[in-house]
Write a protein that binds this ligand. Structure first.
Ligand code: RB5
Length: 150
């Protein structure tokens, strides 16, 4: 299950994201927003992030104007590693090296075809483990309020 959410600035990009999910035959849950009425992106970032953090959804894709604000909001939720991407390479590395479990997109930054490429890349990549697992473990130590050994 993939969690989807956006604010009013991200809503026009949502159909492109859903198109990729349908093409990959991946079920999704849409946490809104559903209209162009102005809303606060942290609310929608949190909704999708909690679905991912709880395990209800394996991955999440969230959209706002830049992908920045909603991505910051998602990353405040314990257990979430959200990457804001404007090109596929970062989306690939975000999965392979950082075990990112959420992708944030900026509807005012990327066009729908580029967004589809980024989403497809993110959803079909896998975590590489090995040395990256130690570093992701360090990210999670920070996430829990811990301090890293140098
Ligand atoms: C809304 O105007 C805009 O600020 C929001 O979508 C997002 O880009 C924030 O980071």
């Amino acid at each position: 299950m993939i969690a989807i959410a956006c604010d009013h600035a991200g809503i026009d990009l949502k159909p492109a994201v859903l198109e990729v999910l349908q093409a990959l035959d991946l079920p999704y849950r849409d946490y809104g927003t559903h209209t162009h009425d102005s809303v606060d992106y942290p609310v929608y970032g949190e909704l999708a992030a909690r679905a991912v953090a709880s395990g209800e959804c394996a991955l999440g894709i969230i959209i706002c104007g830049t992908g920045v604000g909603i991505g910051i909001a998602a990353n405040k939720v314990h257990g979430v590693r959200c990457v804001t991407c404007s090109e596929p390479y970062s989306a690939l590395m975000g999965r392979e090296h950082n075990d990112a479990n959420m992708l944030a997109l900026g509807a005012r930054v990327v066009g729908s075809e580029l967004a589809k490429m980024i989403v497809r890349t993110f959803l079909t990549a896998a975590f590489n483990g090995e040395r990256h697992a130690r570093r992701v473990g360090q990210l999670m130590t920070l996430d829990e309020g811990g301090t890293l050994q140098r």
